[in-house]
Design a protein around this ligand. Structure first.
Ligand code: AMP
Ligand code: TRP
Length: 330
């Protein structure tokens, strides 16, 4: 199983309750690889001194939420050069036409064009991105890639690339499939509870970051959008704001949102309790995060160990692909 996350933007409560927490829960059962995909982030990185720091911070956060370097393989993509190497071979296996049909490229390039500061530059890397993603996946003989809806097309193209390569050069790659991650909580924006909490939101006021101070968390919950009647019940369609608070509270305390609703007659106490439950949930994560960040050497050594484990698998697959394609061994 492989999952990857880009080191762009801070990790928020939706990422944690919806995804990271499940990675941690599943790490003993699965042979799991988790990549911090800095080469993908490079497609939109233009400022110096940001990518390495963002990579280190994300790594610290993954360890802080409980990923165990002895159970799962946590690595930085650029530390495993096989990704770039197989990525090129994948670029030569995917067609220009296939890449032009990728909706993520259309969306991301359109977004850049709308923004005057990024409009002139759309990197070729943004276009060939799915070839690198295919390399990420195929290098580990991955069976399952847990992804959300937005990434299904990239998993499909990875399968198409693998099928084409296997057909051209003989059986080389395992065909992966996208799996729907075990349903974690779906966390909505506190200011706009009909939209998912997302780092692409227009303002931060509805997002709770895992590193938010208690006072900031309290304030965000206090200002959470609810509705004008005052009945507390779990009903996503009619009462999205209240239901989101109940679901967050349930995800933090382990209860069921419907049952928790019975304990409240007013919104104020529900907001306060949800906020306090989140503060309590985040407290140990933040403590571990800050401790890890004080020892950069130790973090880098954990990542080196992860890259070593990843390379053991990736190097074998790359060599197999190179041999299949008839490249002259070095
Ligand atoms: P992203 O940062 O949007 O690429 O998301 C990284 C992971 O977090 C993915 O597995 C998403 O499914 C999950 N995720 C992101 N936002 C939310 C949310 N608001 N609620 C639940 N899961 C989320
Ligand atoms: N494209 C994915 C995203 O935007 C990140 C990603 C890169 C990925 N390589 C991957 C996801 C391999 C799964 C498997 O979220």
């Amino acid at each position: 199983m492989l999952s990857c996350i880009q080191p762009t933007g801070d990790v928020h409560l939706g990422n944690y309750l919806g995804a990271l927490r499940n990675w941690v829960a599943g790490q003993h059962e699965n042979d799991a690889f988790h990549g911090i995909v800095d080469l993908h982030a490079l497609t939109i990185t233009e400022a110096p001194d940001v990518l390495g720091q963002a990579t280190l911070q994300l790594a610290a956060m993954l360890f802080a939420v409980g990923l165990d370097p002895d159970e799962a393989t946590i690595f930085v993509q650029s530390h495993v050069p096989e990704h770039s190497q197989l990525g090129w071979m994948m670029e030569c296996t995917v067609s220009y036409g296939e890449l032009t049909r990728m909706t993520q490229f259309k969306d991301k390039s359109a977004k850049r064009q709308e923004n005057t500061s990024t409009a002139e530059f759309i990197s070729a890397g943004l276009f060939t991105y799915p070839a690198l993603q295919a390399a990420d996946i195929l290098l580990y003989d991955t069976d399952e890639v847990p992804v959300g809806e937005d990434q299904r097309q990239h998993i499909e193209i990875t399968r198409d690339i693998a099928i084409r390569f296997n057909h051209r050069f003989g059986d080389t790659f395992v065909l992966p499939k996208a799996v729907t991650p075990k349903a974690g909580a779906r966390v909505m924006d506190l200011q706009d509870p009909t939209s998912k909490m997302s780092k692409s939101a227009n303002t931060d006021s509805g997002l709770v970051y895992l590193l938010d101070e208690p006072a900031a968390v309290r304030k965000k919950f206090k200002r959470a959008v609810t509705d004008s009647d005052s009945e507390v019940r779990f009903d996503r369609a009619e009462k999205p704001g209240v239901s989101n608070l109940l679901e967050i509270l349930a995800a933090c305390t382990g209860g069921a949102p419907e049952a928790l609703a019975a304990g409240y007659t007013q919104y104020g106490p529900l907001k306060a309790d949800a906020g306090e439950a989140v503060i309590e949930l985040l407290q140990p994560i933040q403590a571990r995060y800050h401790e890890l960040m004080t020892d950069r050497g130790e973090l880098q050594s954990l990542l080196r160990k992860g890259a070593g484990k990843a390379r053991e698998v990736a190097a074998v697959t790359l060599a197999r692909a190179q041999a299949a394609a008839g490249m002259l061994p070095a």
